[in-house]
Every structure is written in C-alpha cells, then in structure tokens.
Design a protein around this ligand. Structure first.
Ligand code: WTA
Length: 567
C-alpha cells in the first residue's frame, strides 16, 4: 500500500501539520535534525535496527545500527564542542561517501553548528570560494583530500581547524591540522544536544547561478517537516524498506533524501562509495535487496547504454519503487524501466533552494512519461507569464515555474547575499528559473532553464565560474562558456577561448586548459571541448553574448542580434 491516496483528496486535506504531528513536533518547541535522525529512532525502540549499510570502492563493508549512528554522531559533536566551536559557526564536510560523512553531518547539527557539505571532487579553487564565502571555521576531510586544503588555508583566516578523519600517523600533521577517528575515539553515550529551534540554521549548500560566484543556500532545522513527509510519501518509504539514494551529499539530494529523509523515518539505507558501473550497481541492488531506488537521468541513460542483457544476470526482483531527480527524465528512460524492471522511474522535480521535492509523479498516480508530475500537496506551483509574472489562466502555455513561498524547507536566504535572494521573487512568487507548461490534467512538463546555468548530468555548473577560472590560465585572453548537447549527460560544458599574443591554438593547449580546469574546479566543470576563436560575440557595451554561442551549439535560431558589436 502506498502512503498516498487519491491526489485531489490528499491535496484538499493536506497541511504540514500532518508531518508535525507524526514527528511529535509542536510549534515553538526545540527541533534538531540530528536528534530526530538518531536519538528519536532509538527511543522508538529501533536502536538495534540497521541504519546504514556502507560499501567502499574496494568492496569493504560496514554496518551501523541506529544506536551506532546516535553514539558516533555524539562523538563527533563532543569533539567539535571541545574544540570551542560555537553554535552557528560553519563546519565543512569534504569527504568521499564514507560513513563519517553521513554520521558527521548529524553530529554537526547536534552542536547547533551549520553543516556545509562539499563534493570531494572539487579542486582547490571551487573549495576556496565556498569556504571563503561561508567564513567556515572547520573542515573535516580525508588524507587523500587534505593537500587541496593545504594549498588554500593561508588565504582562509577563519578556517581554524582542519580535521583528518583517517589519519594514519605516517606523515606529520601540519599547521591547524588535527586527527579525529570516529570509531577509535571514546564513545560518547550522552551528549547534550544544542537546543535549535525551527528557524535555527542547519545546512548550507552551495549552488551555481548565472552571474557571480556560487551562492550558499541557507536552510533551517524546520526543513525536516517537508523532508520527512516527502521522503515518506513520494519515495514511498516503509519500515521494512532497504533504500538506496545514489546521490552524493555534496548535492542537496544526498542530504535531504540521502540523510535527513530516510533517517528521520528510521529506514535502512545503503551507500555505495564508488564510481558508476552498470554491473556494480545491479550487483549492489541484488546483494542488498534494495526496494526503493532514487537515482538520476544520467545514471539511468548510462544503464540503458550498458544494455538489457546484463540485467538478466542479476536478480533485481526486490525493487519496488523507483524515482529520479536532477534533469529532464526522457520518456524513453521511463519506458525502458517499465520494460526491464516492470515499473517506471517516477520523476521528481526540485532544487537546492526548495529543500524538498515540489513537483512529482506520486506512487500510485498514473505516470505520463516525459512529465514531471504534479505539485506536492502543500506546494502551490504555477506557470507564470514571463513578462507580467502572473499565472497563465489557461493550461498549455510555456512560462516560468513559480512557487508560492512558505513551505517548511524553503531556503531562508542566500548566505551573505540578501539581494540575490530578493531577486528570486516577483509578484509574491518564488521564481525557480525553470520554464515549463502545465497540461489539462495539471501535469507539469519541463521545457528548460531560464538562465545560462549548465546542467551536466544533473550537476549545475555556472558558466561564470568556469570563465573566471579559464582567465587564470596563462594563454587565455577571453572566454565564454555554454552547454553543448550530449547523449548521456544531456549537456556538457563547452568553452570558447581567445588567446593572448604569443600563444597559438593546438590540441596540446586544449588538453592543458582542460586539465587546468579539472584540477582547479572539478571534473564536472571541465570543458569537454575548447574552441579557439579570434573574437567572441559581444554587445556594444562589451558584454559577451553567450546566447549566440549557445544557439549555434544547439542548432537554434540566434534571435535578435541588434545589440551585437560586430554586426
Ligand atoms: C533541474 C537538484 C528537469 C532544474 C535537486 C532545477 C530538473 C535544477 C529536475 C535544480 C527534473 C531538477 N526535471 N529538471 N525532474 N529536477 N531539475 O539545485 O533546472 O542541483 O532548477 O537541485 O535542476 O538543481 P539543484
């Protein structure tokens, strides 16, 4: 039985108070996500239930019960408190998907500090701008990533502690570095959790925009109210489920639905800390008897590419419910999953800023392949006229996806950037920055983004950030970054570059620049192609017109070029 009944009926009767009641939360009371995800589950008699089944890339396996994650997150929290770090300070997690990442996340929240998870694949420049902007006090990392922190620590006066979670004593610790072992430290059975309230800040996730550097999306502890109920209803999580979310907690899916949602429900989840391989993924599902699987279109397209034959080698009959997020889920992918798994992937649409799923195909609701589905009850989603910022009165028109602010996990601001935050609202609507249309039945169909942000394999890349990094390469005079089509990732990064005098275009130079970006930013932000040009299209005021380059890549009409400098 799904938790979700008839859509109209549920939507009519919905109130976030349903979630508050299930969580025994009364407005005005203390609410702490760290406590809800561990101590409360133990108090419900599930201390010995498995919370986390973890498998590393070498095949190593670890299992943690809810009592283990309660005690270990206490151990983290005590360590942080003993360092003298105070509630409200930012603490970064910069690790692969090791157990410390999941448990440390809860530990930081227990101290009242704000947790800032960042992809371990980030290079030093991506790491630097985010730590600088958040004025982060401490970073938990692994030996293999500490060299990146060492390169930038001198430019980060706020960063007081660099904590290595797998220190082996081999090379000496350097300035500001400390060793902390979650499993070898003395276990902390009791830790007095910091009394956070609904509006106390919890998580700071950095996301890319078109202009300026990445913005820190500030969430609060009250976000739990949305994350709990959406995880339960949309992902259809039940007490006996084995859940697998393939997202990294450096990304909001990996925290809202890879930590907070499942742990607050007391569900068993598994984590695979290794790169993509169809064989390894299917084996992981078979071995762990995964029942609910939350993944992303790029991964699904890669599985499709691996072919149907390989699927026959595995017993995947445990799978009960499949969901996807992050990019448009093409109808072919939905039809493929019906064919090979006997059930569709259910699309879910949301953003770092929304904190929870806002538009989705609910379990039990007929799926229209290619549509994102319908608004989650409690969320008012409309299609706005892009000029007037008023909802279109009739279905079928393409416009901007607007949301009525006020649900519990809505971002509270962009860190140190109120102006960018205010800019996201028009006429009382929160602008998602995406375009879509709604059909007669209220289903919403994604059309595209309304800005230049590149969505490559579900990861948002800011063209501005890549352009800025390109300019730091000795050969680059000017740069413009757009997306180009790709069969698996939908979009990949492409850079147009003019060279400084004395440099000439070559394959070697292209590779050198690619490598430079990969190391500085991340493999995701690395251009898959660099085109060397003599000049870039600019407006008369000297602004580079990415729009023209983008249209050329996608074989689209270029549109109005009347403001173009060299016309
Ligand atoms: C895109 C990810 C089409 C969209 C949770 C959005 C999607 C951005 C979908 C947010 C979907 C997310 N179909 N596009 N189902 N889900 N997107 O902040 O452009 O990393 O604005 O959060 O991804 O990406 P973010």
């Amino acid at each position: 039985m799904t938790h979700f009944g008839n859509y109209e009926e549920v939507a009519r009767n919905f109130s976030w108070a349903i979630s508050e009641q299930e969580l025994d939360y009364q407005p005005g009371q203390v609410i702490n996500i760290g406590w809800y995800c561990s101590d409360r589950i133990c108090q419900q008699g599930k201390a010995d239930k498995v919370a986390l089944i973890w498998e590393g890339f070498t095949g190593e396996k670890k299992i943690f019960t809810y009592n283990d994650i309660r005690v270990y997150s206490n151990t983290f929290a005590r360590f942080i408190t003993d360092l003298g770090i105070k509630a409200g300070e930012r603490i970064c997690l910069f690790m692969d998907r090791v157990p410390e990442l999941y448990i440390g996340f809860l530990g930081i929240l227990k101290t009242g500090c704000i947790v800032q998870p960042l992809f371990s694949a980030f290079g030093e420049e991506s790491l630097f701008v985010r730590l600088e902007n958040a004025e982060t006090s401490a970073i938990f990392t692994q030996r293999k990533h500490v060299s990146k922190v060492r390169k930038i620590r001198d430019k980060l006066p706020h960063l007081k502690h660099i904590i290595i979670v797998d220190y082996d004593g081999k090379s000496p610790l350097q300035e500001r570095e400390l060793a902390f072992s979650m499993e070898k430290s003395e276990k902390v059975e009791h830790y007095e959790i910091y009394p956070t309230y609904a509006e106390s800040p919890s998580v700071l996730h950095y996301t890319s925009g078109t202009t300026g550097m990445p913005k820190g999306v500030k969430h609060v502890h009250y976000s739990l109210i949305s994350q709990y109920i959406t995880a339960k209803w949309v992902l259809d999580l039940h007490d006996d489920d084995i859940y697998w979310c393939t997202a990294d907690p450096g990304w909001v899916t990996g925290t809202s639905y890879g930590i907070i949602g499942p742990f607050s429900l007391g569900v068993t989840q598994c984590v695979l800390d290794s790169g993509f391989s169809a064989e390894a993924w299917y084996r992981f599902i078979e071995k762990n008897r995964v029942t609910v699987w939350y993944s992303a279109p790029t991964a699904i397209r890669s599985l499709m590419k691996a072919g149907d034959e390989i699927i026959k080698k595995f017993d995947l009959s445990s799978l009960r419910h499949l969901a996807s997020v992050g990019e448009p889920l093409n109808p072919e992918a939905v039809n493929w999953s019906i064919r090979v798994f006997g059930k569709p992937f259910h699309d879910t649409y949301w953003q770092t800023e929304t904190g929870c799923i806002v538009i989705t195909n609910f379990p039990g609701m007929p799926v229209k392949p290619g549509s994102m589905g319908r608004p989650f009850p409690g969320i008012t989603a409309v299609i706005l006229d892009p000029n007037k910022h008023e909802p279109y009165p009739e279905p079928g028109r393409i416009g901007l996806i607007g949301l009525k602010p006020g649900w519990p996990s809505m971002m509270r601001t962009y860190w140190n950037n109120e102006e960018a935050y205010r800019n996201k609202f028009r006429n009382g609507w929160y602008l998602t920055g995406d375009r879509a249309r709604m059909d007669q039945d209220g289903y919403i169909w994604f059309v595209g983004r309304d800005d230049d942000v590149i969505n490559t394999g579900g990861h948002l890349v800011s063209p501005f950030e890549v352009e800025s990094a390109l300019l730091e390469h000795q050969a680059v005079a000017e740069s413009a970054v757009v997306s180009k089509p790709d069969p698996i990732n939908m979009e990949v990064v492409k850079a147009f570059v003019t060279l400084k005098p004395g440099f000439s275009a070559s394959k070697d130079l292209e590779l050198d620049i690619m490598n430079f970006i990969r190391k500085k930013l991340s493999p995701l932000a690395m251009p898959q192609e660099i085109e060397f040009v003599d000049s870039l299209p600019k407006t008369r005021s000297g602004k580079i017109m990415r729009r023209i380059l983008h249209a050329r890549e996608w074989g689209e009409e270029v549109g109005d070029t009347s403001t173009l400098e060299n016309e």
